[in-house]
Write a protein that binds this ligand. Structure first.
Ligand code: ADP
Length: 450
């Protein structure tokens, strides 16, 4: 396939389309997975922030006395809280807010009702705005770190408005996580695409293989057919040219020339007929004219008509009808006759003088079995699977001597196939061959049963 341009082109196109489809599917899957992970992470952050803020809100509201002023109880509840105006060092701390989450990731701001910052816990970004309108906010700082913040209204113990509490957490860990996922996706996708490309190329090669094989077979068939047709055509031309050179031709010379031309022409006609039959059977998967055929009659007639060949070859041709009743199959009588005739003719041709050919007809369950056994030259094991190929001859020189084109068994197995039958061979070199044909039985028509 490597040196065949159209096949390589198709393989490239197939691999390209496959890789493109796989690329789109992979990208979509990657994108969906990324979105789902990002969403799950975001939800986890929001839930944590909500639960921390809710717990703090409930526990602090009972400790707030004067609006905008923090009681000592609040300061005790939030160690590290830095009251604005008092001298305090607001350092990052590893302590936990109410024993729930680590302070390091969080900040808390207390604002009075006018929005002035009263106290701070943790490390809020310096340029953090004071928006109070929205409960949830995502804030961007100039350092690039994002914060998610929740603002809650606080009430004093007498239910009068105290001010606001803002709790925020850095989204750095979340953003870093997403950035890592993006990086993995961006690095992983080209690697995955390379693997998909390689797999596509291999798979496209596998997919093209049977097409390429049948293309090669077709090429071989055309070449073989042309070769076979060329021989009689060349012979006819040579005969005609030779006859033209001899002038004038005597009556007997003219007759001999015509007889040779006719012989070559007959060979040509048979070859063309065989080729047509083969191609017709390849297109149709069923047998031609279907009618009930009695195999006993068919074999009887055939053996009778082949008796001339039998005498000429000095080979004994015997038949054994072993079924107690006549066996019928549905099919095209001409084709079935051709099939059995091919097998018996071959057996006679490839059996030396003094040998024996036996045709046995028997019933095997719902099948009729026809065995053609000869005591001929036999077929080597390596040739047994190939003799059913078109134009295959075990030994072309030897076969040419018999006049065969190598199409006989290909036609026979095609006929067996369209009749839903099976043709097989077992053979031993120099001992003989056994061709076995099985065909599905049809129950005999009622009038013939009588
Ligand atoms: P051909 O027209 O050459 O006989 P076939 O397709 O009928 O072509 O047979 C293919 C080859 O199988 C033959 O060339 C022959 O070598 C081998 N063959 C077929 N039948 C027999 C047999 N009964 N005994 C030995 N060889 C056989």
């Amino acid at each position: 396939m490597h040196d065949n341009k159209p096949f390589n082109q198709s393989r490239r196109r197939l691999a390209g389309s496959y890789a493109a489809v796989m690329g789109i599917i992979l990208s979509l899957c990657g994108l969906t997975a990324y979105q789902m992970l990002a969403y799950a992470h975001w939800q986890a952050i929001a839930q944590e922030l909500e639960s921390v803020s809710g717990t703090l809100h409930d526990s602090l509201e009972s400790k707030l006395m004067q609006p905008g002023q923090l009681s000592v109880a609040v300061e005790q509840a939030l160690p590290g809280l830095c009251i604005i105006g008092k001298n305090c060092i607001n350092q990052p701390s590893d302590r936990h807010i109410l024993g729930i989450v680590r302070q390091g990731d969080y900040y808390i701001r207390f604002l009075d009702q006018s929005g002035r910052v009263v106290a701070v816990l943790g490390q809020p970004p310096k340029e953090l705005p004071v928006y109070l309108q929205q409960e949830w906010q995502t804030l961007n700082t100039h350092t690039g770190t994002r914060y998610q913040q929740i603002s809650l209204l606080l009430k004093a113990t007498d239910r009068s408005p105290w001010g606001y509490m803002q709790i925020g957490r850095s989204l750095k860990e979340y953003d870093d996580h997403l950035a890592l996922l993006k990086l993995l996706g961006l690095l992983g996708l080209p690697i995955a695409m390379l693997l998909v490309g390689a797999a596509s190329w291999g798979l496209a090669g596998l997919a093209m293989q049977p097409v390429y094989q049948s293309y090669k077979q077709m090429q071989q068939f055309t070449a073989d057919a042309a070769h076979e047709l060329r021989t009689p055509v060349a012979a006819i031309r040579a005969i005609v040219e030779a006859a033209r050179d001899v002038s004038p031709l005597t009556e007997s010379e003219a007759q001999a020339t015509l007889a040779t031309v006719e012989r070559q022409n007959t060979r040509l006609a048979h070859l063309v007929q065989d080729l047509l039959l083969l191609s017709r059977m390849e297109q149709n998967t069923s047998a031609g004219k279907q009618s009930p055929c009695c195999l006993n009659d068919l074999i009887g007639d055939l053996v009778e008509s082949l008796s001339v060949l039998e005498t000429a070859a000095h080979v004994k041709l015997l038949t054994q009808m072993q079924a107690p009743e006549p066996l019928y199959v549905m099919g095209d009588e001409n084709q079935l006759c051709r099939l059995i005739s091919n097998l018996v003719t071959n057996a006679l041709q490839y059996t030396p003088a003094g040998g024996k050919v036996t045709v046995v007809l028997e019933r095997e369950d719902q099948y009729a079995q026809i065995s053609i056994q000869d005591t001929g030259i036999g077929i080597a094991p390596e040739d047994q699977s190939r003799i059913f190929e078109r134009f295959y001859r075990v030994n072309s020189d030897r076969s040419r001597h018999t006049g065969g084109s190598g199409l006989g068994l290909a036609i026979s197995s095609a006929i067996a196939h369209v009749h839903r039958g099976r043709l097989s061979v077992s053979s031993e070199l120099n001992k003989g061959s056994l061709f076995t044909l099985t065909l599905p039985l049809k129950s005999p028509p009622s009038d013939s049963q009588a």
